[in-house]
Write a protein that binds this ligand. Structure first.
Ligand SMILES: [Zn+2]
Length: 144
């Protein structure tokens, strides 16, 4: 079995059956943040706690990215094999909007307000053969 590990620690719960995004919440004013912050962007408080943001939300806005991802998000794709991908903001249940790569990459498949779910994908394999994982969102319901 090939080991798999998150590209960046602490963005989502792992390993687990159903990963959730992990952010932070300010204990003083209730403001959420993702990724985790050490101080609150709303009130500048330092009284932060870890917050489970869940694994579902609604598409708030999106665009299709037609440039290759920069390091460290690069994949095994080359300029020749690269396919454009969607990038969007997902509004989570707590109201926080999270920027994410999207599985869908064409305007026909993406509609503002549509339900989205978290999924974990392999970005690339490192030198030791471990899969490096990151998250993206995809449509929560299959589209016909
Ligand atoms: Zn605050």
């Amino acid at each position: 079995m090939v080991a798999a590990k998150p590209l960046h620690e602490g963005l989502f719960s792992w390993p687990t059956e159903i990963p959730n995004l992990i952010g932070s919440q300010c204990l003083d004013c209730g403001e959420y943040a993702f990724p985790k912050q050490n101080s609150c962007r709303a009130c500048s408080g330092q009284n932060m706690t870890s917050a489970d943001l869940g694994n579902a939300g609604n598409l708030w806005t999106w665009t299709v990215q037609s440039f290759m991802p920069k390091t460290p998000y690069h994949t095994h794709e080359t300029q020749e094999t690269f396919t454009p991908y969607g990038v969007g903001y997902i509004e989570m249940a707590c109201g926080l909007k999270v920027e994410s790569r999207l599985r869908e990459n064409s305007p026909e498949l993406l509609k503002i307000g549509m339900p989205m779910k978290l999924e974990i994908i392999t970005v690339r394999t490192d030198d030791e053969g471990s899969d490096l994982l990151t998250f993206q969102f995809c449509a929560a319901e299959e589209q016909s």
